[in-house]
Design a protein. Structure first.
Length: 417
């Protein structure tokens, strides 16, 4: 695959994840700060926590229902056309979000996030496109690391754009909560131009597309025919319960406990992005050559449990940055490792489907965690992070039990072994 095509795919993933790194701190401020007037000033803090979880949950659940169709569509109409559909949907979602902020409409904000979620399928398509252009296992693992690099740059860029363009101390009267969304709108438009002119499908043999309303459930039900994928998915489920319980509520937690605003939340997201960027860009292949993939994930689960405990125990807000960094430093190696396991478990013709499975699991867990976590954090701020600890320990135990099979061991060996 030409370098310019890889850069284009990374930029697509960058703008796709830019919205998450940018939106979380701003949505948190809009919901939790009574001065924004998005919710009635008399709204209780418990209700605000629930509404925060609701907005985030709607986005992820719509992503859950939309991603399988987009991923399957990419096998039928090509990766390029599917990516363009997602980018146009992102434009519409940002436009509605901007309108919602001007009109101070909570309902319109939910609609905007829903549309953005329905068309938020670029990451699995980009992953499948990278796999299409890979020449061997090492190249595939390297390309999966590049995808996570695009993710991490999105998580870095989002907080920087959100914090810079919404802070009156920096931009004075030009700053507003709408300004970061205008910037994202422009970047999505640039991504559309790059895809149109610089990306070409590597995969030419396209499958026929048949639309079925039950597609999302059939996509997941199909897993039962792949015993190795089933065993991977059991661990992957707890992997994301731990990951998303931390990621979704870290900003909300710090606002409620330490009074973080948009800028403070953006700095936490920036820390996540920097940790991801470094480890996913430089360490994925070297670590996979030295450790088995099972060992990589074992270390990850241990670090996660310790990091979550250190996070809630931190007596000062500045000390929370250390466990956040550690948590996502190991995630930057573990996530592409897991994607590589999924990719190696199926044939080349099934890469679009299997990447759709990984996103379906991710988005379903994210949606459920958002809705339930909003209730949990309203009861006790620490509960989502106790969930992180429990899920990490369970994932470690389950992995040792269900992966103790020759067909799994052959996948989890060191790269090049």
């Amino acid at each position: 695959m030409p370098v310019v095509a890889k850069i284009t795919l990374l930029f697509v993933v960058f703008v796709d994840l830019l919205g998450q790194g940018l939106v979380f701190p701003i949505i948190n401020n809009l919901i939790m700060n009574p001065d924004t007037a998005l919710l009635p000033a008399a709204t209780s803090e418990a209700t605000r926590h629930f509404d925060y979880g609701l907005i985030i949950g709607v986005f992820f659940l719509c992503w859950f229902f939309g991603a399988p169709y987009i991923s399957k569509l990419s096998d039928s109409i090509g990766r390029k056309n599917a990516i363009l559909i997602c980018l146009v949907g992102a434009l519409a979602g940002y436009a509605l979000t901007i309108a919602a902020l001007y009109m101070k409409s909570f309902t319109l904000l939910i609609v905007g996030r829903a549309i953005t979620g329905l068309t938020a399928g670029n990451q699995p398509i980009a992953q499948a496109a990278m796999i299409d252009g890979s020449v061997d296992e090492e190249d595939r693992n390297r390309n999966m690391g590049y995808i996570i690099t695009g993710v991490s740059f999105g998580l870095v860029g989002g907080p920087l754009i959100g914090g810079f363009l919404s802070d009156p101390v920096i931009l004075g009267s030009y700053a507003s909560l709408q300004m970061p969304f205008y910037a994202c709108f422009v970047l999505v438009a640039i991504a559309i131009v790059l895809v149109l002119f610089f990306f070409k499908d590597e995969k030419q043999d396209l499958a026929p597309f048949v639309f079925k309303p039950s597609e999302i459930f059939e996509l997941l039900w199909r897993i039962k025919n792949y015993p190795v994928v089933v065993r991977l998915s059991v661990v992957f489920l707890f992997f994301h319960i731990a990951n998303l319980s931390f990621y979704i509520f870290v900003d909300n937690y710090l606002t409620s406990r330490f009074g973080y605003g948009t800028l403070g939340g953006s700095m936490i997201m920036l820390t996540i992005g920097v940790a991801l960027a470094f480890s996913s860009t430089f360490l994925v292949v070297p670590v996979q050559k030295r450790l088995t993939k099972e060992a990589i994930l074992s270390v990850t689960f241990v670090v996660w449990a310790i990091s979550a405990a250190a996070f809630v125990a931190a007596p000062h807000p500045i000390l929370t940055f250390v466990p956040v960094f550690c948590f996502y430093f190991v995630f930057g190696i573990a996530y592409p490792t897991f994607l590589g396991l999924y990719s190696a478990a199926v044939t080349d013709e099934e890469q679009g489907w299997i990447m759709g499975v990984t996103i379906a699991v991710f988005t379903l867990v994210a949606g459920v965690i958002s809705l339930l976590g909003g209730r949990l954090i309203a009861i006790d701020l620490d509960l989502p992070f106790f969930t992180v600890m429990a899920a990490s320990i369970i994932a470690l135990i389950v992995m040792f039990i269900v992966w103790n099979r020759p067909e799994i061991k052959s996948l989890t060996r060191k790269s090049g072994a």
